[in-house]
Design a protein around this ligand. Structure first.
Ligand code: NI
Length: 384
């Protein structure tokens, strides 16, 4: 059979995509989205929803003949705390929440793949079982961990795994197939700088954490410029500083939030060592104390040679157009599944040709939904 959506199926997932886009939900709160996914899957013949003990997210299975590898297909489903500016009939109605990363596109694509694969199973063409993973909370990179901890790999035993992200720098429908490191290893962290508050007129009686925080932020800028191999991409950004008082008071503490990323695990390890030393010792030099709270370390998304070959085969099976794009220092918690199952991550072009690029996480971000056809077919072909 031809691995593509029927016109009716395309219209169905387009409607779902628009509905999800209008009703975006934040990480871990995707209750309506989860319900919607289940409703869609329930009417696709041969799809079994598995009882995964999670508040949001869905695990489902399509049975194959049993003579091929079991393949897991993953899509993320959550939205971002942003206000949508892009005008469309399906503009977000949830104030301050927006599908600014296109996870609604991913969800709809995987639902489309379920429809194609259901037909393949019915006609006896689907060899191995297919596991459909609709993952919550990718933003903040905690959802893959939740799914793993909830026991998905006790319920399913995939031999291969495929995921994808829409990519707005690439024209709609084209596919990026890249070997090696695709997206960065990352660790987010929070620093509390603890001084000793008092009156701003009496610096001899207090310890000012704001001045210390300024020194820490400056010193952290040397991690990438002075400690990392300049030929290996890495980045460190302090994205939040919080603390202070009206006019006269020196506060007790200041909080910083930051992220450090590298395309290589060794690079990230080295950067993290330097972060720790710089934060702790700089605080000490300013007679403050620093407490670092590390978030989970997210590995790099790496497409191995072997998985790349399977991805090329899938892309060839649906004759999709290829595009090239450099790796990204964005990260993806899809990388966590790699410890459990060999994985490959695609980028699918989502920009309307001729339009200017609206990057992910921007208030005018939107996808060219004609690319849903390519995305659904590519997911399906990956499982065949
Ligand atoms: Ni995303």
């Amino acid at each position: 059979m031809e691995l593509k959506l029927t016109e009716q199926e395309y219209q169905a997932i387009l409607d779902v995509k628009h509905d999800l886009h209008m009703h975006p939900e934040l990480s871990g709160e995707e209750v309506r989205t989860t319900q919607k996914i289940k409703e869609c899957l329930q009417v696709v013949p041969g799809v079994e929803i598995l009882p995964l003990p999670v508040k949001t997210g869905v695990l489902a299975r399509i049975k194959g003949r049993g003579d091929g590898p079991e393949v897991m297909l993953r899509a993320d489903i959550d939205a971002l705390p942003q206000t949508e500016l892009y005008e469309s009939p399906w503009k977000s109605v949830n104030a301050g929440v927006m599908h600014a990363c296109g996870h609604d596109f991913h969800t709809a694509s995987l639902l489309g793949a379920a429809m194609i694969l259901s037909r393949a199973a019915q006609s006896g063409e689907l060899k191995g079982d297919v596991d459909l993973v609709f993952q919550p909370a990718e933003e903040g990179t905690t959802g893959a961990r939740r799914m793993i901890d909830a026991g998905i790999f006790e319920m399913i035993h995939p031999d291969l795994c495929f995921g994808m992200h829409n990519w707005p720098s690439v024209p709609a429908g084209q596919v990026v197939l890249r070997k090696g490191a695709l997206m960065s290893a990352k660790r987010n962290f929070t620093v509390r700088i603890i001084g000793h508050g008092g009156h701003g007129s009496m610096p001899h009686l207090n310890v000012d954490p704001i001045v210390c925080a300024a020194a820490v932020i400056e010193a952290l800028q040397t991690v990438i410029s002075r400690n990392m191999n300049p030929l290996h991409p890495a980045v460190l950004s302090v994205n939040m500083i919080h603390g202070g008082s009206p006019v006269n008071l020196v506060v007790d503490e200041v909080e910083l939030r930051a992220t450090v990323r590298s395309l290589s695990e060794e690079g990230l390890t080295r950067a993290l060592e330097r972060v720790e030393t710089i934060v702790v010792k700089t605080a000490e030099a300013y007679e403050c104390r620093a407490e670092i709270a590390w978030k989970e370390r997210i590995p790099a998304v790496i497409n191995t040679e072997e998985m790349y070959r399977l991805a090329v085969r899938a892309a060839d099976a649906i004759s999709c157009e290829r595009a090239d794009a450099p790796p990204s220092l964005a990260s993806e918690d899809f990388a966590l599944y790699r410890a459990c199952v060999p994985s490959f991550f695609y980028w699918i072009g989502s920009r309307t040709e001729g339009e200017q690029i609206e990057e992910l996480h921007r208030p005018n971000f939107h996808t060219d939904d004609r690319a849903l056809r390519t995305a659904a077919a590519l997911y399906a072909a990956s499982a065949m």
